[in-house]
Design a protein around this ligand. Structure first.
Ligand code: FE2
Ligand code: FE2
Length: 151
């Protein structure tokens, strides 16, 4: 009985993290697909293809999160989709994407940190995998952009 409040608290926090994660991932899908369409219109086909592929990655993340939510027994409900940012030069658009990916990395870092403190090993592993893939996104977008501007 004495540890019931912390269990209840943990039960409320993890769905919160998963809901925010789903909002982030679906916002990223929307951002990348919009960017891809915009860049196709501008005739920047390589970058457009690049961002279309990123959207697929983010969609797979959303699918994993939805799977986890359903497995834990509650309905997915992403409620804060962020409007895509589509203003500016290609360089400004890429800068925005990198900032957004950094924000998602920070979010997953906080989810992992919470799981460590709560002793929740299963959810820590789940969020840790997403964290490491988002860190790779930041590196890949940075590397790709460096190549674009130096060639
Ligand atoms: Fe993602
Ligand atoms: Fe990402």
């Amino acid at each position: 009985m004495s540890d019931e409040p912390s269990v209840m608290n943990q039960d409320a926090v993890i769905p919160g993290y998963l809901g925010r994660a789903l909002s982030y991932e679906l916002s990223a899908v929307q951002q990348y697909l919009s960017l891809s369409s915009l860049l196709t219109m501008r005739g920047v086909h390589e970058a457009s293809e690049r961002f279309r592929n990123e959207a697929q990655d983010e969609l797979r993340h959303a699918e994993r999160i939805i799977g986890r939510m359903v497995a834990l027994g509650f309905a997915p409900n992403a409620s804060c989709l962020r409007p895509p940012k589509l203003n500016g030069s290609l360089s400004q658009l890429v800068e925005h994407v990198i900032e957004f990916e950094h924000e998602i990395v920070e979010f997953y870092e906080s989810a992992v940190q919470y799981c460590i403190q709560a002793g929740d090993c299963e959810n820590r592993i789940f969020f840790d995998a997403l964290l490491s893939e988002e860190r790779q996104h930041v590196n890949h977008v940075n590397d790709w952009w460096q190549k674009m501007v130096t060639t």
